[in-house]
Design a protein around this ligand. Structure first.
Ligand code: HEC
Ligand code: HEC
Ligand code: HEC
Length: 231
């Protein structure tokens, strides 16, 4: 018993050194794994910020919505539904790309949204092509109930509605940005479209509503084929 103890003790004696070396190796392995995870994570995060992330699986490269972002000012192309656009620079998505923005600058996905969409994708229970989203829809996961805040916020167009009305006073009597129009207001996104040409929705009723270059009037917008690409 004493002998055994001794043996164990003597056999055990060198162990702390071996253990230390073992721990040293383990620390290196853990360190390397952590570094790989951090670098891969950072790489993932960078990739996650790129349009290619959205396009990789879900909004697959052939999704026409991606081609709207790839449009070049001065060149003809197609809107998200495949309708011809004479100058892709008229699309807000291209104008914002020129200003250095990506998909995620406008579509700020929350974790909850990504998980929900991921689950829909995994279960095959998703709508494609998507019906057009309003700014209220796009705000849904952000917990913002004011559609104006999609465009008018500190990081984007940092101005009040009155500033906007002043900046666009050249639109005259039919300036849609003034708040004191006598009837109901129209949501910003009913006129300002990102992945198709914008439309002056006041022209549904007012023939004299101004239609800036590159915009459509309500009649032209109604002619667009919203059925999406046939795949
Ligand atoms: C300038 C802001 C902006 C950028 C940049 C942007 N989007 Fe959008 N997106 C919108 C708005 C606004 C809508 C609402 C419909 C519209 O305006 O066409 C929308 C709608 C969508 C929809 C819903 C389908 C629909 O027709 O409403 C999808 C999907 C989408 N965008 C994907 C993308 C992807 C992918 C990118 C990058 C390749 C991107 N968006 C870049 C603003 C933007
Ligand atoms: C009825 C259609 C319509 C609605 C609704 C509308 N706009 Fe506009 N907006 C226009 C038109 C038309 C212009 C002029 C565009 C041009 O000249 O190219 C414009 C211009 C702008 C500009 C550019 C201003 C500048 O300095 O040149 C911004 C920003 C803008 N709108 C934001 C908004 C926001 C935010 C909302 C919602 C609060 C909104 N718009 C609602 C039609 C609309
Ligand atoms: C559904 C039809 C409809 C739409 C869309 C519409 N309006 Fe009107 N608007 C009317 C009618 C009808 C009147 C006259 C009756 C009244 O005063 O309420 C009017 C009156 C006005 C007036 C008062 C001066 C006048 O001409 O009598 C202004 C200003 C105006 N609209 C601006 C706008 C703007 C800006 C938009 C887009 C943001 C718009 N309207 C969209 C139907 C519409």
């Amino acid at each position: 018993m004493t002998e055994e103890k001794k043996n164990t003790a003597s056999a055990a004696a060198p162990e702390p050194a071996a253990k230390r070396r073992g721990r040293g190796k383990l620390a290196v392995v853990v360190g390397v794994v952590c570094a790989v995870v951090v670098v891969a994570g950072a790489g993932f995060w960078v990739w996650h910020e790129q349009p290619s992330f959205c396009n990789a699986i879900c909004h697959a490269p052939q999704d026409p919505i991606n081609a709207t972002y790839d449009g070049e000012p001065g060149q003809a192309g197609l809107d998200k539904w495949g309708n011809p656009v004479d100058d892709m620079g008229d699309l807000l998505v291209v104008q914002h790309k020129q200003a250095g923005l990506t998909c995620l600058s406008c579509h700020e996905p929350t974790l909850g949204q990504q998980i929900t969409e991921g689950l829909h994708w995994a279960s095959g229970d998703f709508e494609y092509p998507l019906n057009e989203r309003s700014l209220t829809d796009l705000n849904h996961y952000l917990g913002k109930d004011d559609p104006e805040s999609f465009c008018l916020n500190e990081s984007c167009h940092n101005m009040t509605r009155d500033d906007l009305a002043r900046a666009t006073s050249a639109l005259g009597e039919r300036n849609p940005h003034v708040t004191e129009v006598r009837h109901d207001q129209i949501e910003c996104g009913e006129c300002h479209k990102s992945h198709r040409q914008s439309v002056n929705a006041c022209s549904r009723c007012h023939d004299d509503a101004p239609i800036p270059a590159g915009w459509l009037d309500a009649g032209q917008a109604a002619q667009l084929d919203a059925s999406g690409f046939p795949y």
